[in-house]
Write a protein that binds this ligand. Structure first.
Ligand code: FAD
Ligand code: NAD
Length: 473
């Protein structure tokens, strides 16, 4: 792919400088396009770096350190109660964001990408208007990439406008540590941010409208997490909805309705609403183009991320699920290669997903629930049979392989346990490369490591595991 030079004077405008936009701009500039990158922030980073992936993971790291200081008592190490300097913690989190976003700003300059700070909307299939401060600039382009991301939703009774009701951005600001925190939504954000606030000292109540946490995620993986969280959170209320929210003198008064019909009223000092996100596709002037949205507001694209308007591409959250940073980055490269006329396509065999809770949950490829039962064999390797997991005092983990019957090809991998988010990379590579169980079995894995559980899962499939005798299901 490298080496082919683009036609001279090809102007690319990228709208949004998150994990979809900035990699598209940087890659296009490296490939010789004349690139303008438009975002409301001075530096690239997007929701992920300013108010998503990065600050949440910085705070989750702090939460893990706090939890470990408690857990260490079980093996004779008592550090006492951690003293938390909230201002210092907030400043550290902010410094992580500053460091990364200013670094991206430097890279943008080094790659000769032209920045425009402002809000863009289309005025046609080859032109944009950008509101910068009080002035409106016109930007012409030969191609554009829309990477405007997504925003939190606050439906119905959750829309209460109160400083006590936060979305993920508000929760990441870490203004204080409320004594009683209500988390509405037991998905990615609810559980990650709930974990942070519980570690800092909040009594956290999670309300989830469906029968289990992280709906849609493999239940084998969720089970150890749910067990662990039962000891971390004050309460987890499943099958429960918030039907009303109001300001009260001493907090937020909330009416809860359980699926069976039981209703109750409770007061919390603060609430975090984390019930999903919607694509940022409004106000983009799409009516001046042929770009189409689906019924949820996602931009419709083909396998190269080209919209119905031939000059305009879309990547990242605005272009559809899963709303994950690494999916956006991969799409960005595909879109730019397509713009350059290369035969690129977005066809991953596996997109890893990681929930950065404690324990972490990670999976890729086919899940057991998705796979037709007569088409796959499922292997489970419990971490109580892993020497490394025992040394970490974390035997509750599980590594799971979904193998194609007959060929033994690895179609999916699921992991729950500390560092599952790092371990899943091997699974993703296995699925992408069409590896077979024997490839995992015969690859030497360092001992003692958690990565051995991937090899041992394959050994378990063949009935040759040294450390675990499994019942095949
Ligand atoms: P964004 O990152 O949302 O960037 C879009 C950019 O476009 C923004 O800077 C926005 O200001 C700008 N923009 C929008 N409209 C305009 C306009 N009209 N003109 C100019 N600029 C505009 N994903 C993971 O993979 N791992 C994680 O650990 C993770 N953690 C998360 C934690 C939280 C709390 C949240 C909220 C999200 C998290 N995500 C995570 C999801 C991840 O942040 C998104 O999938 C990712 O940011 C999507 O990238 P994007 O480029 O599509 O959009
Ligand atoms: P989510 O879809 O992960 O979870 C929302 C949860 O809220 C679901 O469990 C849903 O059943 C529940 N819910 C919906 N309406 C409700 C209601 N009225 N009352 C109670 N529960 C309700 O959404 P999120 O946590 O807001 O995160 C949004 C997206 O951001 C994620 O889907 C993911 O794509 C991305 N994200 C990723 C990461 C990561 O990769 N680690 C972290 C955070 C966010």
């Amino acid at each position: 792919m490298a080496g082919a030079s683009p036609p001279a004077g090809k102007r690319l405008a990228v709208i949004g400088a998150g994990p979809g936009g900035y990699p598209a701009a940087f890659h296009a500039a490296l490939r010789g396009l004349d690139v303008t990158l438009i975002d409301e922030e001075e530096n690239p980073g997007g929701a992920c770096t300013y108010r998503g992936c990065i600050p949440s993971k910085a705070l989750l790291h702090a939460a893990r350190v706090i939890a470990e200081s408690h857990e260490a008592r079980a093996f004779g190490l008592d550090f006492g109660e951690p003293r938390i300097d909230l201002d210092a913690l907030r400043e550290w989190k902010d410094s992580v964001v500053r460091r990364l976003t200013s670094g991206l700003g430097l890279l943008r300059g080094q790659r000769n990408v032209r920045p425009i700070v402002g809000r863009a909307h289309f005025s046609g299939s080859r032109s944009l208007r950008v509101l910068c401060g009080g002035s409106l600039d016109e930007v012409g382009f030969d191609h554009a990439v829309i990477a405007t991301g997504s925003s939190p939703v606050r439906p119905g009774p959750l829309a209460l406008d109160s400083p006590r009701v936060m979305d993920s951005t508000g929760a990441l600001e870490l203004a204080d540590v409320p004594d009683r925190l209500l988390v509405v939504g037991g998905g990615y954000i609810g559980l990650e941010m709930g974990t942070v606030y519980a570690a800092l000292g909040s009594k956290v109540t999670v309300v989830e409208m469906l029968p289990g946490l992280l709906p849609g995620v493999d239940r084998d993986l969720v089970k150890p997490l749910a067990t662990h969280l039962a000891g971390v959170f004050d309460e987890v209320l499943l099958n429960t909805r918030v039907t009303a929210m109001a300001e009260a003198e001493d907090g937020i008064r909330v009416r809860l309705a359980a699926a069976g019909g039981a209703e109750s009223e409770r007061t919390f000092d603060k609430a975090l609403v984390a019930v999903g996100r919607r694509p940022n596709s409004d106000g983009l002037g799409l009516e001046t183009t042929l770009v189409r949205t689906d019924d949820r507001g996602f931009l419709e694209t083909d396998g190269q991320r080209r919209t119905a308007e031939p000059t305009i591409f879309a990547v990242g959250d605005v272009a559809g699920e899963p709303m994950l940073a690494h999916k956006a980055m991969h799409e960005a490269r595909v879109a730019v290669e397509a713009i350059l006329g290369q035969p690129a396509a977005f066809e991953p065999a596996a997109i890893p997903a990681v929930v950065f809770t404690d324990p972490e949950i990670a999976w890729c490829g086919l899940t057991e629930a998705d796979a037709p039962a007569d088409h796959v064999e499922v292997v489970r390797y419990p971490w109580r049979a892993s020497g490394r997991a025992i040394t970490l005092a974390r035997p509750e983990g599980l590594t799971k392989l979904i193998l194609e019957k007959g060929s033994e090809r690895v179609l999916g991998v699921g992991i729950v346990g500390p560092n599952a988010g790092e371990l899943i990379a091997e699974g993703t590579l296995a699925v992408e490369m069409g590896a077979r169980a024997s490839d995992l079995q015969l690859t030497i894995h360092a001992h003692p490591t958690l990565s051995e559980t991937v090899m041992e899962s394959a050994e378990t499939f063949f009935g040759t595991s040294a450390h675990y005798i499994a019942r095949r299901r």
